[in-house]
Design a protein around this ligand. Sequence first.
Ligand SMILES: [Zn+2]
Length: 506
Amino acid sequence: MVKVEAFYITTPIYYVNAPPHVGHAYTTLFADVVARFKRLTGVRVFYLTGTDEHGLKIQRAAESQGKPPKVFVDEVAEVFKKYWKSLDISYDYFIRTTDELHEKTVKEAFTQIYKKGYIYKARYSGLYCVECEKYYAPGEYIEIGGKPYCPLHNKPLEYMEEETYYFKLSDFKDYLLEVLENRDIVYPRHYAQEVISKLKSESLRDISVARPIEKVWWGIPVPFDDKYVIYVWFDALLNYISAIHYLSDREKFKEYWSVAHHVIGKDILWFHTVVWFSILKALDLEPPRRVIVHAFLTSKGAKMSKSVGNIVSIDEMLQRYGVDGSRYLFARIFNMDKDSEFSFELLDNVYISELVDTYGNLVRRAGVLAQKKCAGRVYRRSIDSKVGEEVVVKIGEYLEAMKNYEVSSALQAVMDIARLGNQYLNETKPWEKSDPSKELYNVLELIRISTILLAPVTPRASRITAERFGFNIENPLKLRLESIERYTVTEAPILFRKLKVTTQQE
Ligand SMILES: [Zn+2]
């Protein structure tokens, strides 16, 4: 039996202090596109997303609504699931940090690390951001009017002093430098360089991994000291191993862990490299295979967040562009290096020029022509060499981009194929010919290829086109021109509707 290659991809687990917005959708959708692409190529994928449900921020959010935290997190977790369903997110498992298995895993890991001497008790004091759930050291925070503020949330930091448990992060500096410098884990590479420079220029301090229960009670108790709960970041990071059964199924765990790909925003890079790799090392585990980092989706120039107050809702996006339209646009503006400003004006333009006027228009035109001129049946003819050559180049560009997780570039290659199709129709004018089978076969091939390549991004539209035109969504790695003997076009679908109101007219 041939062993099927496995692939494990994760999103960060999201704080349930508020419902998801387009910033969450941006990350989740990207991971979904990668997962769907991998599945199409025959890989056995485990796609994990979920919710981060402990900590002070959530305890306070629940209190402000007069609800017990568990009731509150149950409700919000459902809201996340509802949105992922409405965006066709194909996760394989939705982890919640209040899951019993996860809690058991965290306790076990905490105890193991404690027994190895990497966790110890001492007094801690410092400036803390409740929104980040993180202590800020001098140099890390900004000052406004002489007072320390969180650079991400623009809120004053709180001074905290407590006896707590520390994790000996300082012990791992050499290990971290060795791993980050010699292994190709963090992608794009410049993010690894950022962490390396920071590691080299600063001393690595031990970090607090527990909170006294009188300050925060909503968390996983320290297994050997019930006066403390485990720090929410430590708890959350372990979701990546608890979900693949680190405790209960070593075989499954080993298989998936060796191919773990974390998708994260650049704001949590430090945690997902320095802190996470050290925890893993303390557990005698390898770092993940890849950490794929993306830049922010900004709104009015800042990262979208509840506390900044610049959120765009997923509902707005869905109402305007539909499911596939929204998915396409998220993928199309996805950027690992540069922040992408969320603007309906820009998105309207991309939606209209690419989905409505290019791909959608091509499918509609070719469908109508095939029905009118050939009664919907188009038999195999040879592909024009010029068309064939260009398509092969574009497929190559798409696959290369997908290999590097550059979904936006991949989509540009697909649009080039669709543009080629429209241009080919304009030039060959099949509507003027008595038998335009050759022209239509050529253009249907271009539609088939672009539809298959779009499938990870616009699964519904791709399925409709494939069904109405009579072909299958195949493995994109094995695409071959002239492989279809006959197209049977039963309908010329209108896949993407024109926008009722565009921002220009508003
Ligand atoms: Zn903050």
